[in-house]
Write a protein that binds this ligand. Structure first.
Ligand code: NDP
Length: 453
């Protein structure tokens, strides 16, 4: 697709979605440029999924050392160094960033470093350069937001959590979503006393009720001081600590407060008005099913569109965009049955509908549920229970939701997600032979639905 522009495609944002689109489009022979103002790799690689999961591994060792005793091991002198974890994590993130840059270079994409801003629908300014392109893709991601109120400038977001100089004795995590549950678990596992404060009646709003209850119970058992129906109304500095004024009148002293109160699309200072690109009420770039904005030649993928804020979704949206614009095979990404995981301790993973959502959609559903003590904990002595749940549309017998709270939940649900995407019925699950002894086999051995409520 040759054009008179500098590029056939210019991508704004070097995260998961932008890099994938740039590489794949270049692979079709298109002339592609990309701009990133911070580090190539974006939220997921630099200050999200990847370093978070490395932290989560670090935090898991604590419990595993304790579990080991029941299996005959004596571990003496185990010590944790935050500084070493940070240094090793930084080295790994540097390595991954270089790989992203190499992949772009190898694909023939021209890399720009700097903030890009639209001058009009076909031209962007990056530093002192003006670049033109036939098609422009916005893939600028999102950023954490702090709640309104006094004193939040003393708090950190997940961005800063990856670069703390030292761990505090006590940390407070504010929020009940993905990031709050993950970081409350990480800090707790690393030996920090943790209070998690959430405004609603139960954490993980939007997830299946049994999942919400099971995770909350396990996090509390693990030592997290979880306070629901509570808000932080004001933060003051006090003798090197922070004083949190809570809605019940209590003043909680803490060494660190982390806001995990949601993320917002990066749409500011991009010159979107000059390009004629519209935003939704929530400030996200408005796109159709093909990720096209109101401007025919401008597309957007990933968190900036506020559809489903997950890396693999951004990547699939990017691939569908390349098929549509550069391969002549228009394709909308299917956002149904996207599996997801919360890397809390224990992990949560889910695909398809919650029981509540399935009842709303299908009316009659069969619910299968199993809660059990995993085999490992018979000897470890740890009081942890796993919970698995399956929702079946009674009329078609299709499995329309699967949920798990427990060790390896994301590894297990990934496979179940394929079956659900393929439209598998409960009978197909029943006809599948389990792998024994595993937790995963529960998904093919649950025979009796729970009684109707
Ligand atoms: P979430 O939307 O998951 O959670 C935000 C939390 O903050 C909710 O509990 C919300 O409460 C609460 N909240 C929002 N505003 C306020 C306020 N003004 N005062 C008090 N509480 C408030 O956002 P996250 O920041 O945790 O994550 C953003 C997105 O990033 C996720 O939705 C997910 O898509 C993605 N992500 C995915 C991960 C993964 O795949 N493992 C990990 C991390 C992030 P309420 O529920 O009442 O609205």
């Amino acid at each position: 697709m040759a054009s008179d522009y500098d590029y056939d495609l210019f991508v704004i944002g070097g995260g998961s979605g932008g890099v994938r689109a740039a590489r794949m489009a270049a692979g079709t022979g298109a002339r592609v440029g990309i701009a990133e103002e911070y580090r190539y790799g974006g939220t997921c690689v630099i200050r999200g999924c990847v370093p978070k999961k490395l932290f989560s591994y670090a935090a898991h060792f604590h419990g595993e050392f304790e579990d080991a005793a029941g299996f005959g091991w004596t571990l003496e002198g185990a010590r944790f160094s935050w500084a070493k974890l940070i240094a090793n994590k930084d080295a790994e993130i540097d390595r991954l960033e270089k790989i992203y840059v190499k992949l772009l270079n190898d694909a023939g994409v021209t890399i720009h470093r700097g903030h890009a801003r639209f001058l009009d629908a076909h031209r962007v300014e990056v530093g002192d350069k003006v670049l033109s392109a036939q098609t422009i893709l916005i893939a600028t991601g999102g950023h954490p937001v702090f709640p309104p109120g006094h004193g939040w400038e003393h708090a950190i977001s997940s961005n800063e959590a990856f670069h703390l100089k030292a761990l505090p004795d006590h940390a407070t995590v504010y929020g009940g979503g993905y990031i709050a549950c993950e970081f409350a678990s990480i800090f707790n596992g690393l030996g920090v006393k943790v209070t998690q404060i959430y405004r609603g009646p139960q954490i993980l709003r939007g997830f299946d009720e049994d999942v919400r209850g099971a995770l909350a119970a396990e996090m509390v058992k693990n030592g997290v001081d979880l306070r629901v129906e509570s808000t932080i109304d004001r933060i003051d500095k006090k003798d090197g600590n922070l004083a949190l004024h809570l809605s019940n009148g209590e003043v909680l002293e803490t060494g660190l407060v982390m806001a995990a109160t949601g993320r917002r699309p990066n749409t500011q200072n991009l010159g979107l008005e000059a390009a004629g690109v519209e935003l939704t009420d929530k400030g996200a770039v408005k796109v159709d099913a093909y990720s096209r904005t109101g401007q025919d030649n401008i597309y957007a993928v990933g968190d900036v569109t506020d559809r489903i804020a997950l890396t693999p979704v951004a990547i699939q949206e990017a691939m569908a965009f390349v098929d549509t614009v550069f391969r002549g095979t228009p394709r909308a990404m299917d956002h149904a049955d996207v599996p997801a995981a919360v890397f809390s301790h224990p992990t949560v993973s889910t695909v398809g509908l919650s029981e509540h959502g399935a009842r709303e959609k299908f009316g009659d559903v069969d619910v299968y549920r199993s809660a059990f003590r995993p085999l490992k904990h018979t000897l470890s002595g740890r009081d942890e229970r796993a919970m698995m749940k399956m929702i079946v549309d009674r009329a078609s017998q299709k499995v329309v939701g699967a949920h798990m709270v427990g060790t390896d939940a994301p590894e297990i649900i990934q496979g179940i997600a394929i079956a659900i995407k393929a439209g598998a019925t409960k009978q197909i699950f029943d006809a599948t032979v389990g792998i024994h002894p595993t937790a995963a086999e529960e998904f093919v051995t649950m025979r009796e639905p729970v009684p109707e409520p």
